[in-house]
Design a protein around this ligand. Sequence first.
Ligand code: ADE
Length: 418
Amino acid sequence: MNYDVADTALAAQGLLRIEWAEQHMPVLRILRERFAADQPLRGQRVGACLHITTETANLARVLIAGGAELALCASNPLSTQDDVAAALATELGVATFAVHGEDRNVYYRHIHSVLDTKPTITIDDGADLVSTLHSERQELLTNVLGGTEETTTGVIRLRSMAKDGALKYPLVAVNDADTKHFFDNRYGTGQSTIDGILRATNILLAGKRFVVSGYGWCGRGLSERARGMGAHVIVTEVNPLRALQAVLDGFQVMPMAEACRVGEVFVTVTGDRSVLRKEHFEQMKDGAILANSGHFDVEINLVDLAGLSTEQREIRQNVREYRLADGRRLYLLGEGRLVNLASGEGHPASVMDMSFANQSLVAAYIAREGQHLEKRVHSVPREIDEEVARLKLAAMGIQIDRLTPEQEEYLNSWKVGT
Ligand code: ADE
């Protein structure tokens, strides 16, 4: 088996943690049984670029049960859990290329190692695999039936590829499934971002001025959870509708030019670059904590931060102190990479259960229908989204009502009014 992981001796520990996650992933357990019986991925080579976590390992097991040959690389240099990578490579038979802390060169070398397996289906989180395939490995494009994308940032990148006429195979935006972003982005990011910040710093959130930049699904979830911990939450936005939602959700909204003067913890979740930059660092309070939970490490301008600092040191694991010329200290968490995975374990398994159920079912859909799909960004078929919701509710032992025939008829008729 071809792989590159940090330490194969960690495999036993990785397996135990994968088993723990599995206990919280009932939908994936059901799909694994179904896939083992139906073999929807038989003959497919799946190349996946994902965070290498216990949850991803359980997705891997479903894909393999369905007959796929799987190669996996990391979608972020700091999110790899080395024990899981070891277990995937040596115990689960997945060609795994991922080492926690790998540099940019190794990160891309690992993407190329996955592409070397000539995938027929791609699964991506952030679109680095797809963009490398389209820009540097075009000879492989003819093998590919289709692919999926896990995250908001990746979907935005793919849409811009499609707009430029650059997209050479069909992609399905798993992120946009209701059973993905309503839950993973909101509750997953909300909880895991707080978890990452607390693991790195062990600060008390109660009473802190906590600035959330970006009020998409991730920002909403994070604001809600920070409020739940007693923080005083301030939201910054560029979109008037989202800003208005934040106001009516009860948060204080102001521009970053003001927030930077009062905030004690700053978290960016916008998907855009330089959200925190020189003009903001210059005004921040001594001791301000800076974290990012957006996909790429571009939201906090690290060049500006380094340029302003006279001294730097790692004061705790995942906490870098930047001392500025006037003596103020700013603290950057997890190198400005997504803090929930860099200093935490990412979203909890029970929410990834839904995201990865979508990934599994969409991979099978691509194996079935890929040849007939146009080369553009597609939505997850509604039946898949509803199936995931049904399976999750059933696993939770929750039943819901059905429309009566009379109600059904009423909804389908325009005749009955006042
Ligand atoms: N993205 C966010 N959290 C994750 C997790 N636990 N596993 C894989 N991808 C993730």
